[in-house]
Ligand binder design. Structure first.
Ligand SMILES: Cc1cc2nc3c(=O)[nH]c(=O)nc-3n(C[C@H](O)[C@H](O)[C@H](O)COP(=O)(O)OP(=O)(O)OC[C@H]3O[C@@H](n4cnc5c(N)ncnc54)[C@H](O)[C@@H]3O)c2cc1C
Length: 527
């Protein structure tokens, strides 16, 4: 072990880790080290909302891939994850959504996550939030995470919202208030039309503190254990292998793929699997890497007429406008409009979310329009299918095996079919119809169930929300307790999307930031 030591070592500077490091270092009496595998977030495409998908498969991306997915026509699904300061908050589509209140009550009641019901977590959402329009009782306006209405509006999005209202959905100007269901414009984690990541909101404002050390390009290879106590972290940086000691605690915030991978590399995980990989078992924990859930999404794409496509607006004039004022199409997050509804009449809560884009978004990208198009992306937010993350090697540089098991549970496919049918109802009436030229995918605007299943097989992909691989709770298979401490290990917590015992009904950035906020308080309370 090296001589270097810090009170707290946080692994990963993403949506949770960046928050934990910044909040812990508010106490000048403790020292904090934040280790991040990626570099500083110094690329204009990170900060330009419309640029997010240009980061895919570049040096900024961990560039993961799933196992072949039976229900995606045998394809491997590509999973982008950001490798840079701010983690996925520096790459995501910036939609500010918390999920349904019932999701958190289910964490508490269904998994033994005491202290994580909606009434418990609301203060942490509000503590994080700096909303420019909405206030009490559901919103915070003083927090570091800037949340605002989009600065750019496309006529296709407006028309879609009006058609959805004509079809019977209620208009909402707050998906995160008393009720989630309805159609509306998403609020975004941007500030004056520029991305506002956890690096912007938390890390940079804290970086000047003498008690916070932020080390980028530091690839952590394992947590060092002495007996069943975490005492430090091994990492490599610029060709050197290093070890640093933690006087108080290690907080693992590597995200839903890397956190279970790092636990297993450190000897914490399912015993038989670790032995198969040649890793000594330090602490048997059957749930590590299990329980993986993600939101699958598949688009309804239509060719359009008498309107524009954001993919054709990438010229110099708009770049100058965005740089000077944070306005225009380059400030668009592509999917500024959304809806939540139930796929069946007998459901009490929404299980479908729409992401609506004034372009043809498929294969994880906006494409140069050969023909102009519009996308209504149907997303399943209450999934039954589960998968896993497993090691493929004891070498930390190898990508783990990722199998989300998309649609392995038939109920998920049925819910998607119901979701598609409701979306087609919206697209068949009101102002949107005057812009729709011809169906693209599926090839009919009145498809059979088999047509829909075929379209999902062809276009189905991740909405980028993997969670639950280090699930919190007290039930069988839980990996961390409600204080986020790894069961069976001292001085080691996990704080990131992996601790959610069940994926919430909505995008996962704000919930992960909330987890970071609550983790910091839990540590402060026990130190
Ligand atoms: C393309 C995309 C679009 C999305 N869109 C939205 C959206 O619009 N709204 C929304 O709410 N959510 C969205 N999400 C999801 C959301 O951003 C994530 O759920 C959230 O950021 C996850 O946070 P995390 O802290 O769990 O992990 P991350 O933010 O991924 O942080 C993990 C960090 O740990 C670092 N790390 C990992 N392993 C190591 C290691 N071995 N050593 C050192 N560092 C390591 C990583 O580089 C990374 O910085 C999107 C995600 C993606 C990828």
């Amino acid at each position: 072990m090296s001589d270097e030591s810090f009170d707290y070592i946080v692994i990963g500077s993403g949506s949770a880790g960046g928050v934990v490091a910044a909040r812990l270092s508010e106490d000048p009496g403790v020292s904090v080290l934040l280790l991040e595998a990626g570099p500083v977030d110094n690329d204009e495409m990170i900060h330009m909302p419309l640029g997010f998908s240009t980061l895919f498969k570049t040096k900024w991306d961990w560039n993961y891939e799933t196992t072949p997915q039976k229900h995606l026509a045998g394809r491997r699904a590509y999973w982008p994850r950001m490798k840079a300061l701010g983690g996925c908050s520096s790459m995501n589509a910036m939609i500010y959504i918390r999920g349904n209140h019932a999701d958190y009550d289910e964490w508490r009641d269904g998994y033994g996550a005491t202290g994580w019901g909606f009434d418990d977590v609301l203060p942490y959402f509000k503590k994080a939030e700096g909303n420019t329009r909405l206030g009490d009782p559901f919103h915070g306006s003083e927090g570091p995470l800037h949340v605002e209405d989009p600065t750019y509006a496309h006529e296709l999005s407006t028309a879609f919202r009006e058609s959805a209202v004509a079809s019977g959905l209620k208009h909402t100007d707050d998906f995160n208030g008393a009720q989630q269901e309805g159609v509306g414009t998403y609020q975004l984690t941007t500030k004056k039309g520029r991305r506002w990541s956890v690096a912007d909101a938390y890390i940079r404002p804290a970086e000047g503190r003498p008690n916070l050390t932020v080390r980028t390009e530091a690839f952590v290879t394992r947590v060092v254990l002495e007996g069943n106590r975490a005492t430090g972290v091994a990492y490599s940086r610029h060709g050197e292998d290093l070890v640093v000691r933690a006087n108080a605690e290690v907080v693992l915030s590597g995200g839903a793929i890397n956190s279970p991978q790092l636990l297993m590399l450190s000897g914490i995980g399912p015993g038989a699997h670790l032995r198969e990989m040649g890793i000594d078992v330090a602490v048997e924990s059957s749930g590590v890497g299990q329980n993986l859930q993600d939101h699958p999404v598949s688009g309804i794409l239509n060719y359009t007429k008498d309107t524009s496509d954001v993919a054709e607006m990438l010229g110099l004039r708009n770049l100058v406008r965005w740089r000077a004022m944070g306005k225009g199409p380059l400030s668009s997050n592509i999917a500024d409009t959304g809806a939540f509804y139930a796929s069946r009449d007998d459901l009490d809560l929404p299980d479908i979310q729409l992401h609506v884009a004034p372009t043809g978004f498929h294969d994880n990208a906006m494409h140069e329009p050969v023909r102009r198009a519009q996308t209504t992306a149907v997303t399943l937010v209450n999934v039954q299918s589960k998968g896993h993350v497993r090691l493929r090697s004891a070498d930390p540089t190898w990508h783990p095996e990722i199998d989300p098991g998309y649609f392995d549970d038939r109920a998920d496919l049925d819910a998607m079919i119901g979701g598609f049918r409701r979306a087609f109802e919206i697209l068949s009436q009101g102002p949107i119809t005057k812009f729709l030229d011809a169906p693209w995918i599926p090839a009919s605007s009145d498809p059979t169930d088999d047509d829909i299943i075929e379209a999902i097989g062809r276009l189905g992909q991740t909405l980028y929300h993997p969670v639950a691989t280090c699930a919190m709770g007290t039930v069988e298979g839980s990996v961390v307790d409600p204080e986020l401490r790894v069961h069976g290990v001292e001085s080691l917590r996990v704080a990131d999307a992996s601790v959610m015992p069940r994926v919430p009904r909505g995008n996962t950035n704000a919930p992960t930031i909330m987890i970071g906020e609550k983790c910091a308080d839990l540590i402060k309370e026990t130190s």
